[in-house]
Design a protein. Structure first.
Length: 495
């Protein structure tokens, strides 16, 4: 059976499928563009099994080409995160697809020549459409993730897996044919964009893709997805910049949100807020309506979908109330990374994926994340996860982010480094009180850094290694007595 995302005949032809930078595309137009692209590729030998790479800054073009290629049995990969130099060495690569006028065309051409690959700058003018062949197996697509190691890795998603995730996402947020779903400017190589977009299309809804958060200004949005970082940017807009939408359902994931941002979002955007926990590798496994004070911390596992456990170092489930490593069943989904056996052995084991998160499970089945096992800091011999401390410091200081790391000094003693994201000055006494409360005993040996913006990924996650490197390269505002000092502005942002 052909997955619904490819069976465009199920749609109302004149209903809107995509709104791209303000331009609406009916399903009829979208379907015809895919059929024309399918004909173009089929006549040039792009038929699976095998791989094809895409480099299209224009997301409308990306979706048309990728769905056409997948309907011909090919697995597609988006080159934009890594650029031409990151073209993966995949077997049976049929070619690299781009659009006339794309950036980096010269680099792409040079790299393709080096690897002996065909580079297609595709124009569909005067091409004849080709109908979908229901007997042709649907190909997959490759999502990229760096969440476990900081190094991009490839996760292959099948059409069957797409269909399952689409049903799950759509059901949790209540999507239907009247849905207008905003994915803002997130790109299709991320699970955040790809999975949510196909969820709306599967039920015949519309996907709104805009390059700026001003997408909230568009009337009629029924659903949207954001990272905490984008939410903070939207809320930084002045009062009256956008209209409150009491009907919209807003899902927030890919990181922890500050309570003040959630409170503002309920007041200024919509009362219908949800948090979710997901990984590129396993999909969404926790989904929580943000209704009470505890909902932001204590997440609700999605019932009847994936087995989620907290385990000790010997992979034995820990009792309720104890911190353990999170592991999520891989049943029905990817069981490893493409072309990366070492990372697969590290993070996939015995039918489970280990995302590197630490968590605690309550007796009622709700879980609270406790940071990452790979981000442990050493404070006077006590090893702890920095994430809960960073969240509390951010709340107390009223800043958008804090990043902690420890390093030994010249005498081999661990020193805590506190990197604070704030474009404005922080009251010195407030800073002293907050850090003393959260890091007792370590304050007098702490180094402080003030960044206008922390290095972050496209999804808003703090890039800890980049923060560490930038902080080390800067002159810290070292503690003298009780207060952080600088030659210029006490407790002011580093320039």
């Amino acid at each position: 059976m052909t997955p619904l995302i490819f069976d465009w005949a199920k749609r109302t032809p004149d209903s809107t499928a995509m709104i791209y930078n303000g331009r609406p595309w009916p399903y009829r137009t979208f379907a015809n563009a895919i059929a024309v692209a399918r004909g173009y590729f089929a006549r040039r030998g792009y038929v699976g099994p095998g791989y094809a790479a895409l480099f299209c800054d224009n997301q409308q073009g990306f979706w048309v080409f990728s769905l056409a290629l997948r309907s011909l049995g090919l697995t597609i990969v988006d080159l934009r995160p890594a650029g031409a130099a990151g073209l993966p060495g995949l077997p049976n690569m049929r070619g690299v697809i781009t659009i006339p006028g794309e950036r980096w065309a010269g680099l792409l051409e040079s790299r393709c020549t080096e690897l002996g690959l065909r580079l297609e700058s595709v124009s569909l003018a005067d091409e004849a459409p080709l109908a979908l062949d229901a007997s042709q197996p649907i190909g997959g697509h490759i999502l990229l993730t760096s969440g476990t190691t900081g190094i991009p890795k490839m996760v292959v998603m099948s059409a069957d897996r797409d269909a399952g995730l689409a049903r799950l996402h759509g059901g949790l947020l209540g999507m239907n044919q009247h849905t207008v779903f905003s994915v803002f400017h997130y790109t299709p190589w991320t699970g955040l964009c790809y999975k949510w977009a196909i969820s709306a299309w599967t039920v015949g809804g519309a996907v709104l893709i805009e390059q700026q958060p001003q997408a909230l200004l568009r009337p009629g949005i029924t659903h949207a997805v954001m990272t905490p970082q984008l939410l903070a940017q939207v809320l930084a807009a002045p009062a009256g910049a956008f209209t409150r939408n009491d009907e919209m359902r807003l899902a927030i994931g890919a990181g922890a949100s500050a309570q003040r941002d959630i409170d503002q979002a309920k007041s200024r955007i919509t009362p219908h807020l949800f948090s979710y926990i997901a990984s590129t590798e396993t999909g969404l496994y926790a989904f929580t309506p943000l209704e009470t004070a505890e909902d932001l911390k204590w997440h609700r596992l999605v019932p009847g979908t994936r087995l989620v456990e907290m385990v000790d170092e010997s992979d034995r489930p820990v009792p309720a109330g104890e911190i353990g490593r999170v592991r999520v069943s891989t049943a029905g989904g990817p069981t490893g990374y493409l072309n990366d056996e070492a990372a697969t052995r590290t993070f996939f084991k015995d039918g489970f994926f280990y995302p590197g998160d630490l968590s605690i499970m309550r007796s009622d089945g709700r879980m609270a994340l406790q940071g990452r096992s790979t981000d442990v800091i050493n404070v006077r011999g006590l090893k702890m996860s920095p994430a809960p401390i960073e969240e509390r410091l951010s709340e107390r200081l009223g800043v958008s982010g804090v990043c902690l790391f420890t390093m030994p000094d010249d005498n081999g003693l661990d020193v805590v480094h506190v990197v604070i994201e704030s474009p404005k000055k922080i009251d010195t006494e407030q800073l002293i009180a907050a850090v003393k409360q959260e890091l007792p005993g370590a304050f007098h040996r702490a180094n402080f850094y003030f960044f206008a913006a922390l290095p972050r990924s496209e999804l808003g996650k703090v890039l800890r290694q980049a923060v560490r490197a930038e902080a080390i390269a800067k002159q810290p505002k070292v503690v003298r007595g009780n207060a952080p000092q600088s030659e210029q502005d006490p407790a002011g942002p580093a320039q």
